[in-house]
Design a protein around this ligand. Structure first.
Ligand SMILES: [Zn+2]
Length: 391
């Protein structure tokens, strides 16, 4: 719906005066009383593009019995947008209580009142409102979605699942990937409390809901690894490479630990090398070098680092090469080696971070739900170029 007040602000003054005249005329025609002085002052402020003063004057002239519903409504919404939830709630509450509105108008006011509560974080009241609007065709999808978001904030995953299943039945959007995330949340809680059988059931349900759910695949491998079934865990994690390669780096640490548990670090080295080359990621190249070093394959590590530096101009890998050479040096004093090592480590910042593809929010650790826009499964690994020699 186009807000009349926004129209009022955006229109050129010539067109504006016509709209205002019509609005005031209708107001006068409908109202049994005279037009309030504050209301007229609000119109003047609008004509002079003094939006803040205009809004306050409209609020002062606000009268619950005022029949000018079309104008009162956007004023309430504008107050909510400005963060003045108390004023927005008062307007919407009084509109809901009026007996002269049509059913449609009352439902709209009721929905906006629910949104006021939601914006103010009064989630129990917002929940009551949206529950009452679930069957209203105009607000059905919005109410289902807002209830879903309320239950997410309350971490009521069973409620999230219930409302999202209903939503998915009639919405044109596909909510199955989100539904799978809720099962993963339940699986995570079960893993935390040591209830691995239950966790496995939730993971399976997540995969039945969304067969390519990477989070569920990661969890499935974790449960196997916790049980000591490392080979099986590794095989599960490696499937991510074909299902969704952008998450392959998330499996690197897990695969490494399981190979270590199996005393097969050489296989971990092969896997890390592949991840580093696929992802063109210097951090994984360094982990690969660490493994080679732990296997006493220093010469191979040195050769790999040199090739990597030539190809990617990575400053982090250059630092790693210096550290490797220092370790084998016999001409530099031990105390000097330690000093140089400390200096190199201190000036090397982690370059791995994740960015939400929806809103651009940047984090150091992978989140399954964006803390900013609250959309699920939107983070992608980013590589900072701040340590590249070509900068
Ligand atoms: Zn986001």
């Amino acid at each position: 719906m186009m807000d009349p007040l926004w129209l009022l602000i955006l229109l050129p003054v010539a067109a504006l005066s016509g709209w205002v005249a019509a609005t005031v005329s209708r107001f006068q025609w409908r109202s049994r009383n005279r037009v309030p002085k504050a209301y007229m002052q609000g119109i003047n402020y609008l004509l002079n593009e003094q939006r803040e003063n205009a809004l306050d004057n409209f609020y002062e002239s606000f009268d619950a019995d005022n029949e000018n519903y079309d104008l009162l409504f956007p004023i309430g919404n504008l107050y909510r947008q400005k963060g003045e939830i108390g004023k927005a709630t008062r307007i919407h509450q009084l509109l809901v209580e009026r007996t002269d509105l049509t059913g449609e108008q009352r439902s709209e006011a009721f929905y906006e009142l629910g949104f006021d509560y939601y914006s103010a974080g009064i989630l129990d009241k917002a929940e009551q409102v949206f529950k009452e609007l679930l069957q209203n065709p105009r607000f059905r999808e919005k109410s289902h979605n807002l209830l879903r978001e309320i239950y997410e904030q309350e971490r009521e995953w069973d409620q999230c699942i219930s409302i999202t299943k209903k939503l998915n039945r009639f919405s044109s959007e596909d909510y199955l990937p989100v539904l799978a995330q809720y099962y993963c949340e339940l699986a995570e809680e079960a893993i935390r409390t040591g209830n691995y059988n239950k966790a496995e059931d939730y993971v399976q349900t997540a995969l039945d809901t969304e067969i390519d759910c990477v989070r569920a695949i990661l969890q499935s491998g974790r449960i196997r690894a916790i049980r000591g079934e490392h080979q099986s865990a590794i095989e599960i994690w490696k499937t991510i490479e074909t299902i969704n390669p952008k998450y392959i780096s998330e499996t690197a640490g897990l695969v490494l630990e399981s190979y270590k548990a199996l005393n097969q670090s050489h296989k971990a080295a092969d896997f890390l090398k592949k991840v580093a080359e696929t992802e063109q990621n210097s951090q994984f190249a360094i982990i690969y070098v660490d493994i080679l070093q732990s296997l006493n394959r220093e010469q191979e590590a040195e050769k790999f680092l040199l090739n990597w530096i030539r190809k990617h101009k990575s400053f982090d890998c250059l630092n790693r090469l210096v550290l490797l050479k220092l370790k084998s040096s016999t001409s530099i004093k031990r105390s000097d080696i330690e000093l140089i090592e400390e200096m190199i480590i201190n000036q090397t910042n982690p370059t791995r971070h994740y960015k939400c593809q929806r809103c651009g929010y940047d984090v150091k650790v992978l989140h399954w739900q964006c803390p900013s826009c609250r959309v699920w499964d939107q983070f992608e690994i980013q590589q900072s170029l701040q340590h590249s020699l070509v900068d």
